[in-house]
Every structure is written in C-alpha cells, then in structure tokens.
Design a protein around this ligand. Sequence first.
Ligand code: MN
Length: 250
Amino acid sequence: MKKNTSRRTFIADSAKATLAITAGLTAGGSLMEACAAPKHIIFSPFATGFIQEPLPYGYNALEKAIDTMTMEIHYTKHAGAYSANVQDAAKAEGVDMTRPLEEVLGKISKYSAKMRNNGGGHYNHELFWKSMTANSTEKPSGKLLLAIESSFNSFDAFKTQFTDAGKNRFGSGWAWLFLDGDKKLRIGSTPNQDNPLMDISEIKGMPVLGLDVWEHAYYLRYQNKRPDYIASWWKVVNWDFIQKRYDSFL
Ligand code: MN
C-alpha cells in the first residue's frame, strides 16, 4: 500500500521534473542550470526509484532460461544489496530520493564510487527483472520492431549483434540496446554496473533493454558457458514491456 502510494508520487514527481526541464530549456536561464540533465536522458513514467520493487513473478517462473536458485539469490542478495547501498549513499551524499535515480546517474561523476556501483547496480536490475517474463512473445512488434529492423537490418541480425555485445564483454558487465541522444537505436556494453545513462560511460543514451552478463546471473546452470545463457535468455524477454518503454521515450 505504502509502496503504491510512493510509486504514484514518484511518477508524478518525474512528470514534474520533465515539465521543469522543459520550462528551463524554454527560459534558457538559471532554472535550466538547476535542472540540467544530459541530452540523452529522457524522463518518462518508466523512471526508477531507489527502493527495490517486488519481483513481478516467482523465482521459478523463468526456469526455461534461468534456474530458481539463481533467481532467488540474484534478486534477494545481489540486487537487494545494491538497493540498500544506493539508499545509504544517497543519505550520505544528500540526494533527494523522491527524485528519479536517472538524475543521479546522469551526473554520476560528481558522486562516490559507492553511488556509481550501487546506483548502477540498482537501476540495471530493476530494469532487468521487468524485462523478463514466462510468457515471452520472443519478438517485438509495432514501432520497436520497425526501428530494430531499420537500425540493424533484421531482428535476427539485431539478436546476433546484441548477443555478441554480451559474449564479448570481458569480465562482469551488461549488454545494452539503447537510444542515443538523436533517438537512434544502438547496441553496446558497459563494465561492472555502469550503464549508458552515466556521464562517465563510453556509450551514452537511454537504456531500452539490458542483459546482465555477470557470472552470478548464470553460473549455477551454465557455468562458464555464457553464450548458452544468452541463447536461452532470448526465450524470456518481455517484449510487451520493452515496447511500451521504448514508445515512452519517443
Ligand atoms: Mn546481477
């Protein structure tokens, strides 16, 4: 109950943030200075808070791709810790937690390593859980499918390029489909818990879809075979959610 209330408040606040930023850009004055956000950051109803949201399915729901124990440990221990730690960092560094986490990530170079690692970790996992479902359509439709086909030639070519981004990320990190500052779809990867929102990231944009390729995401079932994990993961992508998210950024 409390969570729903704060979620609604949060969405209302992020809408206000969009208005404030729009007003600031129009005025071109000090308001813009105060609310300045990098060009690649788009505030939408999909903005992210600091508290870990409930997993939208059971730990066993994604068994065709990810085993139950991995899901439970990953959600409760790894992701739970990122959420707790980003809240600690926010308190210590004077961050207003009623504002979208995206605002902090966009200027992460101004904050601590604790904020970078845990703010990124929390954001990335909140997106990751929602990006999966037991009832995947295995392919998008609508504007997102058209944009993927025009950007990468075909849906299969997109899957290959995204898979390679995940396979070739050395060590721990994430593969991304993201919208750049010109709203073009791009594929890339980031190390550790970085993401394209961060001002320190080599790739910059709004994350549309992210894949966790840390060993903790797949090692119990797939051991060293990251490509096998990625091949299975495509069977649980929640394209309905990803399409709505993409549409909200246009
Ligand atoms: Mn993870």
